[in-house]
Design a protein. Structure first.
Length: 235
């Protein structure tokens, strides 16, 4: 389903239906995602529609731009490095193309939405929370529901550290799609209380297509490309 399509596009599977039809001189956009429906009329100036994975922090409304993934505990000794795979929720964005410009139209998802607090009530951040298993090989995923993050963890500290969660600033995410939906990230452990997470803009071999950044498409400027410092611990 992901990709760029000419107007007049339609798609249907057991969970998602999208349709663009000519309606009395206008184009009617209709979407049904597991019973959650959206319908709008569009002018004829639009030339194409893009359906792509977007940063998974937009539903049911934009409350946060932080994604937190919880996973089984992993011990990392000083100086050690480990690459694991984590699943993350997929949100699907619909963009309209006109004159070489793309504008967001709709966002929907099959993934459950939960929120958490990372840190203390006074200084912590609200996160979109998701629970994943740990994988050392690429597991099968439903790309309409879950993506797969390759996370490279490096312990630059002097103590063996337990890691059971990672928090990311989604404003600098780089999402890719192909056989699956994918992201590549790093976590550098500085101490048991502090870690630094960042994203890579390198496409995985089986996911060569770069998605549109919804953050940028909405007109926000990205001022933070340096990642996020987790200062409330890694467990």
């Amino acid at each position: 389903m992901f990709g760029r399509y000419e107007m007049g596009f339609s798609y249907a599977d057991p969970n998602i239906r999208i349709q663009l039809t000519d309606n009395a001189g206008l184009i009617k956009y209709e979407r049904d995602c597991a019973g959650q429906k959206e319908s709008r009329y569009l002018g004829r100036t639009f030339s194409a529609i893009h359906i792509l994975p977007v940063e998974p922090v937009n539903l049911p409304e934009t409350l946060t731009h932080f994604l937190e993934i919880s996973f089984p505990s992993l011990l990392i000794s000083p100086g050690a490095e480990q690459t694991v795979y984590l699943k993350f929720p997929v949100e699907i964005g619909v963009f309209l193309e006109s004159g070489g410009k793309t504008d967001p139209l709709d966002v929907f998802s099959l993934a459950p939405v939960k929120f958490s607090l990372y840190g203390s009530p006074s200084s912590g951040v609200i996160t979109r929370w998701y629970e994943s298993d740990l994988y050392t090989d690429i597991p099968v995923t439903d790309p309409h529901r879950e993506g797969l993050m390759s996370l490279h963890i490096k312990n630059s500290g002097t103590e063996t550290t337990t890691v059971s969660r990672a928090v990311f600033d989604s404003s600098s995410m780089s999402l890719f799609y192909g056989d699956r939906v994918a992201m590549t990230a790093t976590m550098e452990i500085l101490s048991p209380l502090i870690a630094h997470t960042t994203f890579s803009d390198t496409a995985p071999a089986d996911c060569p297509n770069r998605a549109i950044d919804l953050y940028l498409a909405r007109g926000f400027s990205i001022t933070n490309r340096k990642g996020y410092f987790m200062e409330a611990g890694t467990i």
